[in-house]
Design a protein around this ligand. Structure first.
Ligand code: 15L
Length: 265
C-alpha cells in the first residue's frame, strides 16, 4: 500500500489532538507539528512529531517535504492584539501556503472559523459557506484573510484548498448558541477525512458544524465533498446555558461580536 503523509500544524491543540486519534489509518503517516513536539507514537501509530513555529519558514519547508496534504490548524484561537494576530494567523498562514507550494503539496485544508462571518444575522437555516466575510474580531478578520490567501494560492498555483468555517467545537455544546453551530469530535473527524478524500475539490469553503436541528448555516457545501455529519446538538438542549438578553444572540459570532477588539481573551 502506498504511504500517504499528512502534515498537521497546531497538532497539540484541541482539534489537532482529536484528528491525531481519528485520522490514524493503515498506510498513512501523520507528521505532527507544534511549538513543543507532540508525544511520540504509541503502538500501531505512525507519527512524526516535529517542534517549531509557523513563523519559521525554513522549518515549514522541512515540514512540508514529501507531504500529500496539510491540515493547517496552527493559529491563535481567539481574539488577541492586532500585531499577534497578524504575525501568527495571517503571516503564519501565508508562510505555510508558500512552503506547501514550494514542496509541491497538492492539497491544503485551512482551519477558518464561524467568526470570519460572525456579524451575519443569526436567522434562517442556510447561510451559504461562501457568504461574504463579516468578521466579528481581529481574530475573525484573520480567518477571512486565511480564506482569501487560500483562494489566491488555488488560483495562482492550482493547489486544492479547502477552508473550514468551524463552529463551536467540543464534546458537547456549552450554551444556546452551540445548539446551532456545535461541531462534535466524531463529525470533526468525518469532516477532515472528507477534505482529504474528496476528488479534485479546487477551492472550497465549507461550514464545520454537526447535523444540528437548529442549524443556521448551509449543509450543501459539506455534502458536496462527502461530509455527512451525524451528531445533533439538540440532544443536549435541556443541559446548555441560555444566552443573556442582549445583541449577542442576534449574530452568528455570539459573544465575539461584543468582545473588545484587540484584547486577548
Ligand atoms: C472559534 O473560532 C474559536 O477558535 C473557539 O475557541 C470558539 O470560540 C469557537 O470559535 C466558537 O465560536 O465557539
Amino acid at each position: 500500500m502506498a504511504t500517504e503523509r499528512i502534515l498537521i500544524t497546531g497538532a497539540s491543540g484541541t482539534i489537532g489532538r482529536m484528528l491525531r486519534e481519528r485520522l490514524r489509518a493503515p498506510g498513512r503517516t501523520l507528521r505532527l507539528l507544534d511549538q513543543v513536539a507532540p508525544p511520540e507514537g504509541g503502538p500501531g501509530e505512525d507519527v512524526e512529531p516535529m517542534a517549531g513555529s509557523v513563523t519559521d519558514t525554513a522549518l515549514l519547508a522541512e515540514a512540508c517535504r514529501d507531504v500529500d496534504a496539510v491540515l493547517h490548524l496552527a493559529a491563535l484561537p481567539v481574539e488577541n492584539t492586532w500585531e499577534r494576530i497578524l504575525a501568527v494567523n495571517v503571516d503564519g498562514t501565508r508562510a505555510l501556503l508558500e512552503a506547501a507550494r514550494g514542496a509541491g503539496v497538492p492539497r491544503v485544508v485551512l482551519a477558518s472559523s464561524n467568526h470570519a462571518a460572525g456579524f451575519h444575522p443569526a436567522t434562517g437555516t442556510d447561510l451559504p459557506a461562501e457568504a461574504a466575510p463579516r468578521p466579528d474580531t481581529y481574530y475573525g478578520f484573520s480567518k477571512a484573510a486565511t480564506e482569501a490567501l487560500g483562494s489566491l494560492y488555488h488560483s495562482r498555483y492550482g493547489m486544492d484548498v479547502l477552508c473550514l468555517r468551524i463552529g463551536a467545537y467540543g464534546d458537547r455544546p456549552d450554551d444556546e448558541r452551540g445548539l446551532s453551530i456545535w461541531l462534535s469530535p466524531e463529525d470533526g473527524g468525518r469532516l477532515f477525512e472528507a477534505c482529504l478524500s474528496t476528488p479534485s475539490p479546487g477551492f472550497r469553503v465549507v461550514w464545520g458544524v454537526s447535523a444540528n436541528t437548529r442549524r443556521l448555516v448551509s449543509r450543501a457545501e459539506g455534502e458536496a465533498i462527502g461530509y455527512h455529519p451525524r451528531d445533533d446538538a439538540e440532544v443536549f438542549a435541556d443541559q446548555v446555558r441560555s444566552f443573556p438578553p442582549g445583541t449577542e444572540r442576534d449574530f452568528l459570532g455570539g459573544t465575539f461580536t461584543t468582545a473588545p477588539l484587540g484584547e486577548p481573551m
